[in-house]
Ligand binder design. Structure first.
Ligand code: ADP
Ligand code: 5GP
Length: 205
């Protein structure tokens, strides 16, 4: 029986910069059309190839601080000198409409989501090794050496937060990581509390 869910699931994906989150998410969105990716707000500069409104909503610090003061963000954090945050209104509308929402956010933001939305599913993506993470950050060719060293240092702290997550996925091969996340989402969908409408439907027959 396929029936639209009453409420969507909130899925948080975190992991060090360069681990491959955007790559994995792009693949996942291609496979699951019922999944909505929340486009965050950030004060960082766009990288080559990034589009406003697609990868991020790029805003100035004054506008970001206005959004904080107005309570428009579900969560926000500062990461290597820039603000990043999630719009509350957009994700609430999607969840209320029964659509699953995927957030790509760092560890402080994920902790705030856990506190505000305890039912959220938290997935941490780790690299197969630090050497490989460094290779990917250099290979992406979007950041200078100083920024890369800052992100590698940050990665060690972030990996220490993995205990606060529900699931750990190693992004060795993209297809393997995507398959594991698919499995997590499918299992979550099958939880009895998420199938209340089906149970009620069957019992009323
Ligand atoms: P993030 O969004 O986590 O910062 P990206 O998706 O931008 O990371 O990936 C960083 C770099 O690593 C990119 O050049 C991407 O093509 C590459 N990459 C991603 N996943 C893998 C993988 N499983 N194996 C090898 N390279 C990968
Ligand atoms: P990047 O600059 O590499 O795109 O992202 C840097 C970090 O910011 C990543 O760990 C990413 O997950 C995180 N990030 C992106 N959007 C948000 C957001 O809306 N909130 C928070 N807390 N972190 C975010």
């Amino acid at each position: 029986m396929t029936q639209k869910k009453q409420r969507g699931q909130l899925i948080v994906l975190s992991g060090p910069s360069g681990v491959g989150k955007s790559t994995v998410i792009a693949e996942l969105l291609g496979q699951r059309e019922d999944l909505y990716f929340s486009v965050s707000f950030t004060t960082r500069e766009p990288r080559t190839g990034e589009q406003d409104g697609v990868n991020y909503n790029f805003v100035g610090r004054a506008e970001f601080e206005r959004m904080i003061a107005a309570g428009e963000l579900l969560e926000y954090a500062q990461y290597v000198g820039n603000y990043y945050g999630t719009s509350l209104k957009v994700i609430q509308e999607k969840l209320d409409a029964g659509t699953d929402v995927l957030l790509d956010i760092e560890v402080q933001g994920a902790a705030k989501v856990r506190a505000r939305c305890p039912e959220a599913i938290l997935i941490f993506i780790a690299p197969p090794s630090f050497e490989e993470l460094s290779r990917r950050l250099h290979g992406r060719n979007t950041d200078g050496e100083e920024v890369i060293q800052g992100r590698l240092k940050k990665a060690r702290e972030e990996i220490g937060e993995v205990k606060n997550y529900d699931y750990l996925v190693i992004n060795d091969r993209v297809s393997g990581a995507v398959a594991e996340i698919e499995a997590i989402l499918t299992a979550a969908e099958c939880r009895v509390e998420n199938r209340d409408h089906i149970v009620k439907g069957v019992l009323s027959l």
